[in-house]
Design a protein around this ligand. Structure first.
Ligand code: APR
Length: 226
């Protein structure tokens, strides 16, 4: 079966990686406009690097959980396209070979000048010169608010061709990711939401399984891979 899965911060929560909008979420402690916009980076690159250095260190310390590993199992039995909003590499470390990071990755660095990309150091600090053009414009390769998510052509195609679309651990508050379920449904897919609680787009799903990702995702995958 052709399955497209979208994951959000909730799938990594039980690995100890903070989500954004929970009571102890990242956006409770940092202003989005300061650490997750191009303007914020221009204003204070050191603050932005400190924010992502901390998230990179947290991700490096974290371990993939049963939900990440279950999705790797799913790919062995079905034609799976795995799309994530997450910038950690827990899907890859949990065994998923192909992961589409629509919001970028903590492992990547990008030159805000020439667009060159290279593997990010664990700690990035200005004025990190770009290895290609030498300008001190190295930034995390993360899609910030107001920027265009990566790989959208491929993602829309995978959603349109899916027989089954699942969203796991996402609040459904950020587009275009939040609009994928509706698009899948319009194209005839069965849609299921796996989450600790209802999301802003729960109405777009034909089915919902409430619970922690490490519980509900392996159960859901076991049912698809008898
Ligand atoms: N199991 C399943 N779901 C969980 C768990 C868990 N253990 N813990 C939290 N959740 C769910 C919450 O119920 C919520 O729906 O994960 C979701 C987390 O929501 P957000 O913090 O908003 O994260 P996300 O949806 O990934 O945010 C989307 O917003 O800030 C931007 O670019 C950032 O990619 C991010 C995007």
């Amino acid at each position: 079966m052709r399955i497209t899965v979208l994951t959000g911060a909730g799938i990594s929560a039980e690995s100890g990686i903070r989500t954004f909008r929970a009571t102890d979420g990242l956006w409770e402690e940092h202003r989005i406009e300061d650490v997750a916009t191009p303007e914020g980076f221009r204003r204070d690159p050191a603050l932005v690097h400190r924010f992502y250095n901390q998230r990179r260190a947290d991700a490096a310390r974290a371990r993939p959980n049963a939900a990440h590993r279950a999705l790797a199992r799913l790919a062995q039995r079905h034609e799976l396209t795995l799309v994530t909003q997450n910038v950690d590499d827990l899907h890859e470390r949990g065994g998923s070979a192909e992961v589409i990071h629509m919001h970028g990755s903590l492992l990547g660095a990008l030159c805000a000048g020439c667009g060159h990309r290279w593997p990010a150091a664990l700690v990035m600090r200005p004025p990190d010169p770009c290895p290609a053009c030498g300008k001190a414009l190295a930034r995390p390769d993360i899609v910030w608010f107001g920027e265009i998510p990566y790989h959208m052509e491929r993602i829309w195609k995978a959603v349109e061709s899916a027989e089954l679309f699942a969203a796991i651990g996402t609040s459904g508050l950020v587009y275009p990711a939040a609009g994928l379920a509706q698009h899948a449904r319009r194209n005839g897919a069965h849609t299921i939401e796996l989450n600790l609680a209802a999301s802003a787009v729960s109405r777009d799903f034909a089915e919902r399984r409430l619970g922690a990702a490490t519980e509900v995702v392996p159960q859901w995958v076991d049912a698809l891979c008898p």
